[in-house]
Design a protein around this ligand. Structure first.
Ligand code: DAK
Length: 260
């Protein structure tokens, strides 16, 4: 599929999706959100894919937010539709059966920070800047920022970022647990690919079940969450990858997983 605002490249079971509106610092307008929806739906259906990397075009921005020019004159109904469209994208990424790694190569503000938050793992270039500056525009985050940010870094820290609209650098984001790792900008995509390749070499089904168990379990009471984990653990025993993984260990050879 051809997109106006996205670049998609696939190799060795890894897809790299680049938001490509560098003149607007990759801001998310309606068309870009709809393309992200179509793109990730296609990635979900592609059984040859193991991991997705999401990044922004150019050296300045991952995504500098929802498109302010496109939002300025919305009425309340259109604003709600726009927020729900963005939330659909975040939900699809968060629940994709394949891990999604955000490679944050500059500004990740507002909807851009929310996009990174919907990913499973965040790597940042040391030029990355994060923030939820919506209060500077007289609005609140609309793509899940008031919910995912406190779940990731804690209520008090999230509230400070949400109430002040302050921008933080990559080092502070690392200290707060907002990103997993910070690397020099020139090494960011390489680091994301190394991590993606490592994950791609594991049993795809077990990785997908890990993602599902973490995502769903965190919203449950602990005993129910552990039962949920046990059921997912049991499901692994219906796969060829479980036989291969355990067999290979006992035969003292590397496992070759097929994702089945
Ligand atoms: N939207 C549209 N255009 C943007 C943009 C954005 N978010 N960010 C940057 N641009 C455009 C600039 O207008 C400029 O365009 P030209 O003037 O060249 O045509 C170009 O990108 C380069 O930007 P700057 O010239 O400003 O570059 P600087 O290096 O000087 O500054 C910056 C970079 C990232 C600090 C600055 O551009 C900036 O502050 N950008 C805005 C960041 C921001 O406020 N992001 C949050 C957006 S609000 C909701 C739904 C969704 C949301 C909320 C509610 N509901 C419906 C309830 C989500 C809200 C947001 O994400």
């Amino acid at each position: 599929m051809k997109f106006n605002n996205l670049l998609v490249e696939k190799s060795d079971g890894i897809a790299t999706v680049t938001v490509n509106r560098p003149k607007a610092l990759n801001a998310l307008n309606e068309e870009t959100l709809k393309e992200l929806l179509a793109c990730f739906a296609g990635l979900e259906a592609d059984v040859s894919l193991r991991v997705v990397i999401l990044t922004g075009a150019g050296e300045k921005a991952f995504v500098a937010g929802a498109d302010i020019a496109a939002m300025k004159d919305l009425d309340a109904v259109a604003a709600r539709d726009f927020a729900l469209l963005g939330q659909k994208v975040m939900h699809l990424i968060e629940h994709l059966s394949k891990p999604v790694i955000a490679a944050v190569n500059g500004f990740a503000l507002g909807g851009g920070c929310e996009l990174a938050l919907a990913c499973d793992i965040r790597l940042a270039g040391n030029n990355a800047r994060f923030g939820q500056p919506e209060v500077n525009l007289g609005v609140i985050p609309g793509f899940g920022g008031t919910q995912r940010l406190p779940r990731l870094i804690g209520k008090g820290r999230a509230k400070e970022l949400l109430f002040t609209g302050d921008m933080i650098d990559a080092g502070e984001a690392l200290r707060l647990g907002l990103v997993n790792r910070v690397v020099p900008p020139g090494e960011l995509l390489g680091a994301a690919r190394v991590l993606a390749a490592k994950i791609a070499g594991k049993g795809a089904y077990s990785v997908a079940l890990c993602k599902e168990a973490v995502n769903n379990g965190l919203e449950m009471e602990i005993d129910k969450a552990c039962r949920f984990e046990a059921d997912h653990f049991a499901l692994c025993f219906a796969t060829a990858d479980q036989k291969e993984g355990m067999g290979a260990f006992l035969e003292k050879r590397p496992a070759v997983f097929t994702g089945r």
